[in-house]
Design a protein around this ligand. Structure first.
Ligand code: MOS
Length: 758
C-alpha cells in the first residue's frame, strides 16, 4: 500500500499529522466509557426476544436477588419523560419503556443497575418477560409489509426527481437495459461500543456518550427529560468509530439518565455488540430497478431509477439516493420513484453516504451493463454522457471534475492495458477482471459557531462543538487557525465534542470540515482585523498599509512591501493580553431563522441539490482489479485506485485517510458485509464480529488515492467540499463490474460471494 500522504498540489494543504494522533495511539485519548468516575453504578439492558406484540408480565424477582443489584428501570418508570421524537436528533420515535408494545426484536424492556458490570449483566439476563406474541414481518417479500411513497417523508428526499418524457424516450431507444439490483441490511460495528454515562450535579445533567451531535442531543434530551437545555451537557471528546451510528440519539440515553437520578449516583451502560444490532440504527436493505435507454452512439436518452427501502413500522427513515443518481449524467429524460416498505424492524438510519452508497451502486452497475450492451469502453461511455448542466433543474455544477478524475485514475491504474473481452485476462489459476465506477457526494454546509482566542504569546485556542469522529476535523480546524493567524500548528489547541462549546451541526453529511473551517476562518479574520487596525494606525509599525495587503506568518504581520510587525508587539500597542472572537457562520441561502435553529440543535443544511445558483457535488472515479480463482472462485481485490476532486483539500494526509477508508469499506460492501435476518422471527442472526464480515488487512492489498486539484469558491468560504463519505460510493459497483469482466457473470445482489460465482 502507498503509505505516503499525497504531496499537496494546487489548492491542497500540508499533510500534517493529526493533532490528536499521539493521544490516540498511546491510549491517552479519553473515550466516554473509559472516563474514571467516582461511585459509579453499572447498567445493563434487558431486551425483548420477540419482534412484535406486547409484554404482558415481567418477572423481576430473580434479577432483584442478584447480589449488588441496585435498581431496575422498566415500564412505569419513564412516565414523566417524553418520548423520543424521530428526526429531532433521535434515532426512533419508540419510547421503549413508555408502553409495553414491542415493535422490533431486541427492543429495550428494562435496565438493570448494579454495583458491578457483572452483577448488572447477570441481573439483566435473569429478567424474564411473558409476551402476547404476533407473527412479525421481517423483510421484503414477507407477508404483511406495507409499501408507501417515500418522497416528502424526510429532508433526505424532498421529491421524486424527473425530467422530460422517460416512457417515450425509453420506448424509442435502440439500446436498452432493464435490471434489478439489491443491497442487504448492514449494521454498524464500530470498535468503540455504544455507551451512556449519566451524572447529575443537582439539577444539572452531564452525559458522557460517543456522539456526532452534542448540541442536538442536548436539546432533544432536555426535551425528553423536561429540563432547560442549559442544564444538560453532552461530552464526546473522542469517538471510536461513528459513520452515522452515533448521529442520532437512541432511547437508552434518557433511560440511563433516569436511572442515575433515581439512584443519586452516576450510571454507566455499555451496550453489548449483540444488543447494538437492535438498539442502534443500521443501513436499510434496498432494492432497485434501473432502466437505461441510449442511442447506438452511446448517448443516454432515458433513465429510470426506482428504489424500495426497508424501514420500521414506526418511522419513515428514507435512504432516497435518486437526487444524486438522477443528476449524475446527461440523461435526456429522467424518471425516479422511491418507496418505503414497512416491516417489524427497528428504525434504520445513517451509514456512511446513506443515500449514495446503495443507489449509486445500482446506477453504476447498470452503467457498466449498458456499456457492455453498447460494446463501448465504460470510461468512454461516461465521457460521452458528461452533462453541461444537471438534467433535473438544468442548473450548472458549481464545479465538476469527474472526467479529470477518470483520466488520472485510469492512467495510474493502467486501464489502457485492459483487454475488453470478458474472461480474456488471466494469471495462472486466476481470472483477472477490471472495472470502474463513479463516486459522487453532495457538498453541503450548515450554520456553525466557533470561538478563537489568540494570546499575546502566540497561543491559539479554537473551540467548537463539532466532533472528531476520525475525519481529522480537529486537525484541519487547527490548520485553518494556524494558517490565518500565522502561528505554528503546535501552538494551536482545538477543543471539540462538548455541548458547552459554541454549537456546531451534526458531524454528518460530510459537512464538518466546510462548516467548521468557515466558522473558524470567520473568527480568525475578526482577530486579524483587530490586530491589523492596531498595526496600521498612525504611528504604528505598519502605518499606511491596507488590511487586505497584510499577511500573517511566523508570528508576524507582514505588509506588502516587506515591512513587518511582531504580533506580540501589536498586542502591546493594544494593551491587551488576548483577543477572543466568537463567530457564527451561515451558508449562502440560509434562512433568517438559521442561527436560531443551530442553537436549537436542528441546523439547516445548504448546498447539494438545494441551491438556486448551482448544484454542488464532489466527484471521484474508482478503478478496481479483481482476481477470481478458477477452481475455488475465491475473490481477491489486489488493486484499487481512486481519484477524487473535492475543492480545497485542507490536509492531504487526512483526506487520503478518509478516502482510503471509504474505499476499504466499499470493498466490504462489495464482498463481505450483510446482516442475515431470520425471517421467522424478524431477528438479526450474525450479531458479532465473527459472523458479521468486514474486510481485514489481508483483504486489502494495493490501494492508491489521487487528489485531483479543484478550486470552487461557490461552495462555501473555505472552498471545501466534504469527502468523508465520498470514498465508499461507487466502490461496490466497480468491484461488480470487474467481477463481470473476469467471469462474464453479472452479479446484481450484494454482497458478491463465492456461491454466486460457481
Ligand atoms: Mo454520516 S452517515 O452522514 O454520519
Amino acid at each position: 500500500m502507498d503509505a505516503a500522504a499525497p504531496k499537496p498540489r494546487e489548492n491542497q494543504g500540508e499533510p500534517l499529522p493529526r493533532v490528536d494522533a499521539r493521544l490516540k495511539v498511546t491510549g491517552q485519548a479519553g473515550y466516554p466509557a473509559d472516563l474514571p468516575t467516582a461511585n459509579l453504578a453499572y447498567g445493563a439492558l434487558a431486551t425483548s426476544s420477540i419482534a412484535k406484540g406486547r409484554v404482558t408480565k415481567l418477572h423481576l424477582d430473580e434479577a432483584r436477588a442478584v447480589p449488588g443489584l441496585l435498581d431496575i428501570v422498566t415500564y412505569g418508570d419513564m412516565d414523566r419523560v417524553d418520548r423520543p421524537k424521530f428526526d429531532n436528533g433521535s434515532a426512533t420515535s419508540v419510547g421503549p419503556l413508555h408502553d409495553r408494545t414491542i415493535f422490533h426484536d431486541g427492543q429495550i424492556i428494562a435496565l438493570a443497575v448494579a454495583e458491578t458490570f457483572e452483577a448488572a449483566e447477570e441481573a439483566a439476563q435473569l429478567i424474564r418477560a411473558e409476551y402476547e406474541e404476533e407473527k412479525p414481518t421481517a423483510s421484503f417479500d414477507s407477508p404483511g409489509t406495507k409499501t408507501v411513497p417515500a418522497a416528502g417523508k424526510s429532508p433526505m428526499l424532498k421529491e421524486d426527481v424527473k425530467a422530460g418524457d422517460f416512457d417515450a424516450a425509453y420506448a424509442a431507444a435502440p439500446v436498452k437495459i432493464d435490471a434489478r439490483y439489491s443491497t442487504p441490511t448492514q449494521h454498524h460495528n464500530p470498535i468503540e461500543l455504544f455507551s451512556t454515562t449519566a451524572l447529575w450535579q443537582g439539577d444539572q445533567l452531564v452525559v458522557h456518550e460517543p456522539s456526532q451531535n452534542v448540541t442536538g442531543w442536548k436539546v432533544e434530551l432536555a426535551r425528553q427529560l423536561k429540563l432547560d437545555p442549559a442544564n444538560v451537557r453532552i461530552l464526546s471528546p473522542f469517538i471510536g468509530g461513528a459513520f452515522g451510528s452515533k448521529g442520532p440519539m437512541t432511547p437508552r440515553t434518557a433511560i440511563v439518565a433516569v436511572a442515575a437520578k433515581r439512584l443519586g449516583r452516576p450510571v454507566r451502560c455499555v451496550t453489548s455488540r449483540m444488543q447494538a444490532f437492535g438498539t442502534q440504527t443500521y443501513r436499510a436493505e434496498t432494492r432497485h430497478r434501473i432502466r437505461i435507454g441510449a442511442g447506438r452512439d452511446g448517448r443516454i436518452t432515458a433513465f429510470a431509477h426506482e428504489g424500495w427501502e426497508m424501514t420500521s413500522r414506526t418511522d419513515a427513515y428514507v435512504v432516497g439516493g435518486t437526487s444524486a443518481t438522477g443528476r449524475m449524467y446527461d440523461y435526456g429524460s429522467v424518471l425516479t420513484h422511491v418507496s418505503l416498505v414497512e416491516a417489524d424492524r427497528n428504525t434504520p438510519g445513517y451509514m456512511r453516504s446513506p443515500p449514495e452508497t446503495p443507489y449509486v451502486y445500482a446506477l453504476e452497475n447498470a452503467m457498466d451493463e449498458m456499456a457492455v450492451a453498447l460494446g463501448m469502453d465504460p470510461v468512454e461511455f461516461r465521457r460521452i454522457n458528461e452533462p453541461k448542466t444537471e438534467p433535473i433543474g438544468k442548473k450548472p455544477f458549481s464545479s465538476r471534475s469527474l472526467i479529470q478524475c477518470y483520466e488520472q485514475a485510469a492512467d495510474a491504474f493502467g486501464w489502457a492495458k485492459r483487454d475488453p473481452k470478458v474472461g480474456a485476462m488471466r494469471d495462472g489459476d486466476w481470472l483477472v477482471g477490471m472495472g470502474c465506477a463513479t463516486a459522487i457526494y453532495p457538498t453541503a454546509a450548515a450554520p456553525c459557531a466557533a470561538r478563537v482566542r489568540l494570546t499575546s504569546d502566540g497561543e491559539v485556542r479554537v473551540q467548537c462543538g463539532s466532533h472528531e469522529i476520525g475525519t481529522g476535523v480537529r486537525t484541519v480546524a487547527g490548520q485553518m487557525a494556524s494558517e490565518r493567524l500565522g502561528v505554528p500548528i503546535g501552538k494551536v489547541n482545538v477543543e471539540m465534542g462538548d455541548s458547552s462549546l459554541p454549537p456546531a451541526p451534526v458531524s454528518g453529511g460530510s459537512i464538518s470540515t466546510a462548516s467548521v473551517c468557515s466558522a473558524v476562518l470567520k473568527a480568525c479574520d475578526a482577530i486579524r482585523t483587530k490586530l491589523a487596525a492596531a498595526a496600521t494606525n498612525e504611528g504604528a509599525p505598519l502605518a499606511g498599509s491596507h488590511n487586505e495587503e497584510l499577511d500573517f506568518a511566523d508570528g508576524k504581520i507582514v505588509a506588502k512591501g516587506g515591512a513587518s510587525a511582531k504580533i506580540e508587539d501589536v498586542f502591546k500597542i493594544m494593551q491587551v493580553g488576548a483577543i477572543d472572537e466568537y463567530a457564527e457562520f451561515t451558508p449562502k441561502g440560509a434562512t433568517p431563522g438559521a442561527l436560531k435553529k443551530l442553537y436549537a440543535g436542528l441546523p439547516e443544511f445548504h448546498g447539494g441539490d438545494q441551491d438556486e445558483d448551482s448544484v454542488k457535488y464532489a466527484f471521484g472515479a474508482e478503478f478496481v482489479e479483481v482476481r477470481i480463482n478458477r477452481h475455488t472462485r475465491e475473490i481477491q481485490v489486489p488493486r484499487i485506485v481512486g481519484a477524487f476532486a473535492a475543492g480545497r483539500i485542507m490536509n492531504t494526509r487526512t483526506a487520503r485517510s478518509q478516502l482510503m477508508g471509504g474505499m476499504i469499506w466499499g470493498i466490504g460492501q462489495a464482498l463481505h458485509e450483510a446482516t442475515e435476518v431470520d425471517r421467522r422471527y424478524a431477528r438479526y442472526v450474525n450479531r458479532d464480529l465473527q459472523d458479521y464480515l468486514v474486510p481485514v488487512n489481508a483483504d486489502i492489498k494495493d490501494l492508491q488515492v489521487i487528489l485531483v486539484p479543484e478550486v470552487d469558491h461557490a461552495v462555501n468560504p473555505a472552498g471545501v467540499k466534504g469527502l468523508g463519505e465520498l470514498g465508499n460510493v461507487g466502490t461496490a459497483a466497480a468491484v461488480a463490474s470487474a467481477v463481470y469482466h473476469a467471469t462474464g457473470k453479472r452479479i446484481r445482489d450484494l454482497p458478491i460471494r463465492i456461491d454466486q460465482l460457481i
